[in-house]
Design a protein around this ligand. Structure first.
Ligand code: AMP
Length: 222
C-alpha cells in the first residue's frame, strides 16, 4: 500500500501540535506527537520519563539516539497505516538523516512525504506561550486564542489548568533559539525537495486547519 507521511514543523507556540491533532482526528490518520509522548511518559513515571524529564524541563532536546528508537518502533507498528502524521520529529539534521534511513528500511513503497511548516514570528510565539495553559489530561488552551469556558479549568475533564514548565519565559527563549538553529537545515531539505507546505500560523486555529486541508486537497491527499 502506498504510504504518505506528513511532517509538522513550527516553533513552540505555533500550534503545530493542535493542528496535527485536528488533522489526525478529522481524517482518521495515525499521529505521533513526540513532545506529547515524552510528557505522557514523564507523567507515568516510566524509566523513559525519568530519563527525559530534565531535557523537557530545560527546553533542550532529548538525545537523538533515544528518539530514534521511539520513532523506529512507532513506524514499525504503523506499517499498515495509509497516512502517518509526525509532529515534532525530525528536529535537527541528524534526526532528518535518521528518519530517511528508517523510512527506507521500513516502507519500501513510500510515495509521498510532505513537510508542513506552520510559521510564526518570535514575538508572537513568546506572547502565545506565556498565555498557554495545559491540563494533565493532555488538553491545551490559550488565554488569548483558545480560552477555556471556565477560567483555569479544563473544558474536557474539569482539571486545574497550569503553565507547563517549558512555557516559562526563560525556557521559552531557549526553546525558540534552539528551534531556529537546529530546524533550519531540516526545513531547507524539504524546501529543496519541493515538499514544503508553508502555512501562516498567525491566524485562527480554524483558518490554519482550513489552509492545511486546502493544500492537501490540491495534492489529492484528501
Ligand atoms: P514539543 O511539545 O514538540 O514542543 O516538545 C516538547 C519537548 O519534548 C522539547 O522541548 C524536547 O525536550 C522534547 N522533544 C520533542 N520532540 C523531540 C525530538 N524530535 N527530539 C528531541 N527532543 C524532542
Amino acid at each position: 500500500m502506498a504510504k504518505t507521511i506528513l511532517i509538522f514543523f513550527g516553533p513552540p507556540g505555533s500550534g503545530k501540535g493542535t493542528q496535527a491533532d485536528l488533522l489526525g482526528q478529522r481524517s482518521g490518520w495515525q499521529q505521533l506527537s513526540t513532545g506529547a509522548f515524552f510528557r505522557q511518559e514523564i507523567k507515568r513515571g516510566s524509566r523513559l520519563g525519568k530519563l527525559t524529564d530534565k531535557y523537557l524541563k530545560s527546553g533542550g532536546l532529548v538525545p537523538d539516539v533515544i528518539i530514534k528508537k521511539i520513532i523506529e518502533k512507532y513506524l514499525n507498528q504503523q506499517r499498515k497505516s495509509k497516512v502517518i502524521i509526525l509532529d515534532g520529529y525530525p528536529r535537527n539534521r541528524q534526526q532528518q538523516n535518521d528518519l530517511v534511513k528508517i523510512l527506507k528500511k521500513i516502507f519500501k513503497s513510500i510515495s509521498r512525504i510532505y513537510a508542513i511548516e506552520i510559521s510564526l514570528s518570535g514575538s508572537e510565539a513568546k506572547k502565545r506561550l506565556s498565555s498557554r495553559r495545559s491540563c494533565r489530561c493532555g488538553a491545551v488552551f490559550n488565554q488569548i486564542t483558545n480560552p477555556p469556558k471556565k477560567s483555569a479549568k479544563c473544558d474536557l475533564c474539569g482539571g486545574k489548568l497550569f503553565t507547563r514548565n517549558d512555557d516559562k519565559p526563560r525556557v521559552v527563549a531557549a526553546r525558540l533559539k534552539l528551534y531556529r538553529s537546529e530546524i533550519k537545515p531540516v526545513i531547507d531539505y524539504w524546501r529543496r525537495a519541493g515538499r514544503l507546505i508553508k502555512i501562516n500560523g498567525e491566524q485562527t486555529i480554524k483558518k490554519i486547519h482550513q489552509d492545511i486541508r486546502e493544500r492537501l486537497k490540491k495534492l489529492k491527499l484528501i
